[in-house]
Design a protein around this ligand. Structure first.
Ligand code: HEM
Length: 305
């Protein structure tokens, strides 16, 4: 049985760092492999959780066992004329580090990007943090509907025998909140947007057709309808971020055994499926979005040799 990258399921540290990179012209795969192997060693030494995600082009060039239906992230534009969109900014490599020690996290990602210089350039990066008891900056608890931890490997990992077994598809997006606009709304209206209460994340019995849950809580029947079982679940690990220019939001990070359930949810949120847009997109939209694949430990050993 293939071994998943442990940091997908480990308890997250308070401090996170996301670094997205793509290859420069003339990049040397050997130098890239050495830099990544050194990063792995440093993270092991310092007890830093590290998840390595590869975009479709780099994964193929490393000669990996390619998972099925691995696509690049293309910008999703809502069809209701509002102009809202989920921006696609696909890159080739994602380093996700987290630890209770921000200094260790900073140093490890700094050393890695320095070693990769000349072969890969940093396209974007976001340091994030855990806010309270897993809060989003809207003040709502984020993560309630995640699968039970014992079921997460089944939800998140490609099954044994399938291409890319033990690996996991990743969706990484930096959502930008209009927090002032959000805070002008009554708590009751805010709760209708998510479909859960603010105080303790209790699911509302009546879901508005625009609620977040009505778009993302996929069921065998209608979305968010408790009478049918959940389907195509994902394991979320999102955390908030705050930039010095006042930009704030949620760094959405999730894992799944297939990529299609991410696309289905995003299409629903942006009304691409003909349904009303998720009202959340009136208050938050992603400035970046990429799909990656986190290969199993065995596969990493092969492609980084
Ligand atoms: C600004 C961006 C987002 C925010 C602030 C946000 C926040 C939330 C909150 C507060 C909940 C309810 C509590 C919980 O179960 O965690 C929730 C549920 C959920 N969200 Fe989001 N979310 C965002 C984007 C997304 C995206 C992009 C996806 C998938 C593509 C997604 C998938 C889910 C799922 C699967 C659930 C749980 C549904 C269930 O109970 O089965 N969310 N989200």
């Amino acid at each position: 049985m293939a071994t998943a990258q442990a940091a997908i399921f480990n308890e997250m540290g308070q401090h996170q760092w996301y670094v997205h990179l793509s290859r420069d012209d003339g990049a040397d795969l050997g130098a890239i492999k050495t830099a990544i192997n050194d990063l792995i060693s440093q993270c092991n030494e310092k007890n830093i959780n590290l998840v390595l995600g590869f975009g479709p082009t780099l994964l193929a060039d490393l000669g990996a066992d390619m998972p099925n239906d691995f696509q690049s992230f293309e910008t999703i534009v809502s069809t209701d004329g509002s102009g809202t969109e989920a921006k696609g900014t696909q890159e080739e490599l994602l380093l996700w580090l987290n630890s209770p020690q921000k200094d260790d996290v900073w140093k490890a990602q700094y050393d890695a990007r320095t070693a990769l210089a000349g072969h890969m350039s940093v396209a974007r990066e976001t340091p994030t943090f855990i806010y309270g008891e897993s809060l989003d900056m809207t003040g709502f608890i984020d993560g309630t509907g995640n699968p039970d931890p014992k079921d997460e490997p089944t939800v998140a990992l490609v099954a044994d025998g399938d291409p890319g077994a033990g690996g996991s598809f990743i969706l990484a997006q930096r959502w930008v909140h209009d927090l002032d606009g959000w805070n002008e709304m009554s708590v009751e209206d805010q709760e209708k947007v998510f479909g859960r209460t603010k105080a303790d994340s209790t699911k509302l019995e009546t879901q508005e057709e625009y609620s977040h849950l009505a778009h993302v809580e996929l069921r065998e029947g209608q979305a968010a309808d408790e009478s049918t079982p959940k389907r195509n679940e994902i394991a979320r690990r999102s955390t908030p971020y705050a930039f010095h220019d006042g930009t704030v939001g949620l760094y959405f990070m999730a894992f799944c055994r297939e990529q299609a359930p991410f696309r289905e949810r995003l299409d629903a949120m942006y009304g691409v499926n003909g349904e009303p847009r998720d009202r959340l997109t009136d208050f938050s939209n992603p400035a970046s979005g990429s799909f990656y694949f986190a290969p199993s430990e065995e596969e990493l050993g092969k492609i980084l040799k």
